[in-house]
Design a protein around this ligand. Structure first.
Ligand code: ADP
Ligand code: MG
Length: 293
């Protein structure tokens, strides 16, 4: 573990998000690389502080090759920020990969599906619901390994909640983006009946469809996916359209992820044994010679 901020040297900025900045850093003594996520609390600090503590708490509990590792939680100087020392992921995020390549072949998409489903099986098994699965929160290691990152919107729920209604407060997940939000999460006020873990499966379906289509798939090309548009499309529209070029297995898999009624949606366990996932390729192809970030 890294226990002093002064041991780290900032090299560059890896990303900006809703909650702060992520830097590439080097440990001064042994030269190993890390990603340092600096969570800043604004003037209205209470909520941000609580969420940062929740993110740090979840990260220190999880221990899996399918989830980006945390090597330390540090408070820097004043009490206006918290720093998370993370495993450095040399391949960037799936968002970066899609920007560079636009689309991925089905074999690779199946590989991504398998890794994320295995990661979700692990997280859900310990009561962690991610709530913000999207391309920029799926990171790629130097050998193409895909890992789930960014627990900034996550919750720990009792295992019993897996089959019951989502409880506790309004849905603040729109702080980031609602682009990947499932119908029942838009609807949390109406019926208060959302399957907690099923939302992560829906989001994965949207991400995989995006990998195939080459752009965010739920709105027209070039359209800005604002909250109202998305709510209409996701809650009142038909099932998301899948291009004809998709194989029958992929089509069937997406149909199970993007089932609008969360009670009927595929579970992580069911999807892991779906024929589409069975034909997956190694995700090593996400970082090949023709592609460097
Ligand atoms: P936010 O909560 O602000 O969205 P993230 O944890 O998602 O923060 O990080 C924002 C971006 O920074 C990611 O989309 C990715 O591009 C980059 N990033 C985050 N963590 C790492 C890491 N461990 N290795 C490499 N890049 C990272
Ligand atoms: Mg993020």
């Amino acid at each position: 573990t890294v226990d002093r901020l002064s041991d780290l040297e900032k090299l560059s900025v890896l990303g900006h998000g809703s909650s702060g900045t992520v830097y590439k850093v080097r440990h001064l003594r042994n030269s190993s690389l890390f990603a340092l996520k600096v969570l800043r609390f604004g003037p209205n600090a209470a909520d941000a502080r609580r969420q940062a503590a929740r993110e740090a708490d979840i990260l220190t509990r999880v221990d899996s090759p399918l989830v980006v590792r945390c090597h330390g939680v540090l408070e820097g100087g004043g009490d206006d920020h918290l720093c998370l020392v993370m495993e450095y992921m040399a391949g960037g995020s799936l968002h970066d990969v899609l920007r560079a390549r636009r689309r991925l072949p089905e074999g690779l998409i199946a590989g991504v599906a398998r890794r994320v489903l295995e990661g979700l099986r692990y997280l859900h098994g310990m009561g962690v619901v991610h709530r913000d699965i999207k391309p920029s929160n799926l990171l790629i290691g130097s050998h193409g390994e895909v890992k789930i990152a960014d627990f900034g919107a996550s919750r720990v729920v009792a295992a019993a909640a897996a089959t019951g209604p989502e409880s506790g407060g309004g849905d603040d997940a729109c702080a980031g983006t609602c682009a990947y939000m499932s119908p029942e999460r838009f609807d949390s006020e109406g019926f208060g009946d959302g399957g907690v873990f099923a939302g992560d499966v829906w989001a994965l379906g949207v991400v995989l469809l995006e990998c195939f289509v080459g752009r965010f798939p739920l709105v027209e090309a070039g359209e800005r996916p604002d909250w109202a548009t998305l709510m209409c499309v996701v809650c009142f529209g038909g099932p998301p359209a899948v291009p004809d070029a998709a194989s029958p297995e992929f089509r069937s898999f997406l149909g199970r992820c993007l089932e609008k009624d969360w009670r009927k949606r595929g579970t992580v366990g069911e999807l892991l044994s779906h024929p589409f996932v069975a034909k997956c390729r190694s995700t090593e192809g996400l970082v090949d010679d023709t592609f460097h970030i």
